[in-house]
Structures are given as structure tokens and as C-alpha cells.
Design a protein around this ligand. Structure first.
Ligand SMILES: Cc1ncc(COP(=O)(O)O)c(C=O)c1O
Length: 390
């Protein structure tokens, strides 16, 4: 567990590092890739050992009998989140963007509205639009650097054409761990407007000390007949290349529809993802996540103190995730100007806020899941690039 080790990822087909120069014009020679949400750390040793055992055996045929994998998920949800999952309710998709797309495809029709609380993870709107459905943006309220929901306002926006809500819990990019009351508000909103709730909880393990994530089924059992839960090992353990996600559906009718769609598309899981996930959901994996969160907490504090010392620039207080959401509004600069300074002067590639939907335009998202020395460099470069504001 040496999170300080700088591992060169160039030349490994890493989208974050190998595509940076092409997409951002940030030089590979000394640029800092702080965009795509994966980490620059190796996963826990138990995960690498599981993969090594596969390689040592050396025959990579079709996977069968996922009982142990399902039990590992159930164990993790019970011990880490206090939620008892029936193993029979779990589907394995090709990641959670695929899981989201499958839900949109299974439970809505072309032209239906799908509600997002924006700004939010950009792939949601991408898959909704690609499927010919309408994105219905319900704007989060930025209350002094903290996103909150305004259900009274959202109620007035519903037209009756909406069929689904996709919730990001904890929230990417604002880093909020929604409270029980807020989650109850989402559940009540879905019931009032007869909406299916897809709760993407991929960031549920990446919560900082002092905050507790609550799994949606624990908030309100009466929501189960309209709930699709999505979780994964990939974000928690940095194994996103394995493209595996868990879609958990407690309701029989909703589950039957999803099963039919999976069968119709001929989808079955990738053995590498299942082997790694089974190894990760273990006491050793849990110990690694606890150590990871302490390390990320140090990175978060470092970036926050440098960013917030620059007049006009503010980071949102992260309660979860390693994705720092930074507000440039009070610099008075238009996005092209602050983006130019960050990419050309500081040589940092962040995600651009406008891709997360309305309200994100004046923000950039910085991925801090990288060795501390690189976060220190990012802080120095940002301070220098905006030194005229001091
Ligand atoms: C909320 C959310 N859902 C899904 C994903 C990606 O999921 P996957 O890699 O399993 O497709 C991300 C990645 O950042 C995310 O933030």
C-alpha cells in the first residue's frame, strides 16, 4: 500500500495519460492528467494475486458458476453498508455506464423524459440522448459551495412525460454524501411522479471520515418496487478496465424485464472482472480502502488549501469521491480564459464543467487520486498560473 509511488502509466493504453496530449494539448513530457476518474495506484495485493493466479494457470475460457462472486458482493454490502442483498437479485453488466444505458433501454420508451439532478456525471446524459430519450435537468442549488436539492421547484417542472430518475449517490461531481432526509426527498419525488429510480452508488466506498453513505434501500423500503441499485468494485479498487458493474433489482417484475433485456442482447460477464471483484470484496480489500481514504483525505486537504488561497477560486468541500469540483466564477474570467491558464500555463488536464450539464460551466473537475507529490505539483502550478489574482 504505497500510494506515494509514482507509476508511469504512459504507453499502457491509459485513456487518462495516453490521450491527454491529443485531447487537451497538455504535453505528455510534464503534463498532469487530472481528468478521467481512475486512480494512479495499484489495486490491493489480493486483486493482483487473483489476476496473477489466472495468468499462471494460463487458460482463459468461458466463466461459469458465479456463486462465490455473488456471495462476495453480499458480504461487502452487509459488512460495509449494512444492506442485505439477495444474491439472486444481482446482474453483472459491462460496467455501470452500460448498466445505466440498459436501464434507460429497458424501462423507458423513445421520447420519454429521464430526470437528472445537474450538474452530474456526464455519461448519464450521453446515454439518455443516444437512446432518443429526453434529458430533464433539475438543477441542484449551489448553497454557499454545497449542492442541495429543491423538490418544490422540481415538482413544478414535471410534465407527466418523465419515466425515470438517475441519481448519483454520493454525488459526482459535487462530492456530496446525500443525507437520509435528502434521499427520502428523492424517494418521495419518485413516488409523487411515478418514476423509476436508478441509484448509481459507484462512489459509495469512497467516503471521507466523518460522513456516512446510506444505501437507497435502507432509506425507504417502500421504494423497492421502483428501485434499481447500481454498485461496482471498479471505482473503489481502481479496476475500471475490467468493465464490470452490479445492477441489483429487488422487485420481481422489474428484475424479469431486465433479465429479458440482458438475454436479448446476449450479455454475459467477463471472467477477469469477476475474478478481481471476488478478491477485492474481502477483509484485505476493506483494509486497503480504509488506508486509501486516509491518503485521499490528505490530498483533498492539500488541494483545498492551495485552491482556496487563490482569490476568486473555490473548491467544493468533498464528503466523498476523489474528484474535486472547483468554481472559477468569482475570478470574473470566461471559461476559455481559465481553461487556457490551467491547460497551457499549469499544464494540467481537468474535466471541463460544461460537460456535466447546466450549472457546471464555470467549474473544472480535478482528479486527486494520484501520488501526493503530483498533487503538490498541481498546487504549485495553479498558484503560479493565477498569481496575478493575489
Ligand atoms: C457516477 C458514475 N457512474 C459510472 C461511472 C463509470 O462506470 P463504469 O466504468 O462502470 O462504466 C462513473 C465513472 O466516473 C461515475 O462517476
Amino acid at each position: 500500500m504505497n500510494f506515494d509511488e509514482i507509476i508511469n502509466r504512459y504507453g499502457t493504453h491509459s485513456v487518462k495519460w495516453d490521450m491527454m496530449e491529443k485531447l487537451y494539448d497538455v504535453p505528455a513530457s510534464d503534463g498532469l492528467a487530472m481528468w478521467v476518474a481512475d486512480m494512479d495506484f495499484r489495486p490491493p495485493q489480493c486483486v493482483s494475486d487473483a489476476l496473477q493466479a489466472m495468468v499462471d494457470h494460463g487458460v482463459y475460457g468461458y466463466y461459469g458458476d458465479d456463486t462465490a462472486y455473488r456471495e462476495a458482493i453480499t458480504w461487502w454490502m452487509q459488512t460495509r453498508h449494512g444492506w442485505t442483498v439477495d444474491p439472486a437479485h444481482i446482474f453483472t453488466t459491462h460496467g455501470l455506464v452500460n448498466g445505466t444505458a440498459m436501464c434507460v433501454d429497458t424501462y423507458t420508451e423513445p421520447g420519454d423524459g429521464v430526470v437528472l439532478f445537474t450538474p452530474v456525471y456526464h455519461a448519464f446524459s450521453r446515454v439518455i440522448k443516444a437512446a432518443g430519450r429526453e434529458v430533464v435537468e433539475c438543477p441542484l442549488v449551489n448553497n454557499d459551495g454545497r449542492y442541495e436539492m429543491d423538490f418544490a421547484a422540481y415538482d413544478t417542472m414535471m410534465t407527466g412525460a418523465e419515466r425515470m430518475v438517475i441519481l448519483c449517490s454520493p454525488h459526482n461531481p459535487g462530492g456530496r454524501v446525500w443525507t437520509k432526509d435528502e434521499l427520502q426527498g428523492v424517494a418521495d419525488f419518485c413516488k409523487r411522479h411515478d418514476l423509476i429510480l436508478v441509484s448509481d452508488e459507484i462512489h459509495h466506498d469512497l467516503v471521507y471520515p466523518g460522513h456516512s453513505h446510506i444505501a437507497m434501500p435502507l432509506v425507504d423500503p417502500t421504494i423497492l418496487d421502483r428501485l434499481v441499485m447500481m454498485t461496482a468494485t471498479t471505482k473503489t479498487f481502481n479496476i475500471a478496465g475490467s468493465h464490470s458493474g452490479n445492477v441489483i433489482i429487488p422487485d420481481d417484475a422489474l428484475r424479469a424485464k431486465f433479465a429479458a433485456r440482458m438475454a436479448g442482447l446476449g450479455l454475459s460477464p467477463n471472467s477477469f472482472g469477476l475474478f478481481m471483484a471476488e478478491a477485492a470484496y474481502s477483509p484485505e480489500g476493506a483494509e486497503w480502502v480504509d488506508a486509501l481514504m486516509l491518503y485521499l483525505d490528505g490530498n483533498r486537504q492539500l488541494l483545498d488549501s492551495a485552491i482556496n488561497a487563490i482569490p476568486g477560486i473555490k473548491s467544493m468541500n468533498l464528503e466523498a469521491t476523489y474528484l474535486s469540483w472547483v468554481d472559477f466564477t468569482d475570478t470574473g474570467m470566461a471559461p476559455p480564459e481559465f481553461i487556457d491558464r490551467v491547460q497551457k500555463q499549469a499544464r494540467i488536464a481537468p474535466n471541463h464543467g460544461d460537460t456535466f450539464g447546466s450549472g457546471g460551466e464555470n467549474f473544472l473537475r480535478f482528479n486527486i487520486a494520484t501520488p501526493r507529490a503530483l498533487v503538490e505539483q498541481a498546487c504549485e502550478r495553479l498558484t503560479e498560473a493565477f498569481s496575478d489574482l493575489q
